[in-house]
Design a protein around this ligand. Structure first.
Ligand code: HEM
Length: 80
């Protein structure tokens, strides 16, 4: 049985993301990375990403993480 099934599938992943992003967005260091990001879309692609990473059937349709991390770090943000 895949880890995905053992943890309770998408419902569990969704619950974790629902708990995670409000904390990220409330954090003064992390929140500037997410300015202008469509958080609902992000939660959806993260759900797909974690589902597949944990053994659910694909396909993953999000952008590649290599592209993603470059975009995140290159985005202008406050320098405080
Ligand atoms: C293990 C670590 C991480 C994983 C597995 C991960 C994974 C992902 C995935 C799957 C996406 C969605 C790609 C898409 O839009 O299709 C994403 C987007 C994003 N990630 Fe990460 N991420 C990680 C760490 C981080 C960190 C440390 C930051 C910044 C502090 C970050 C900032 C972002 C931002 C800002 C986006 C949205 C980009 C946009 O929509 O323009 N991520 N990440």
């Amino acid at each position: 049985m895949a880890l995905y099934d053992e943890i309770g599938g998408r419902a569990t992943i969704r619950a974790a993301l629902r708990a995670f992003y409000p904390r990220v967005l409330a954090d003064p260091v992390l929140s500037p990375f997410f300015l202008g990001v469509d958080i609902e879309r992000l939660k959806q692609v993260q759900e797909d990403y974690f589902a597949i990473a944990l053994g659910a059937p694909g396909p993953y349709v999000g952008r590649s993480l290599r592209t993603e991390s470059t975009d995140s770090w290159d985005r202008p943000r406050p320098s405080s």
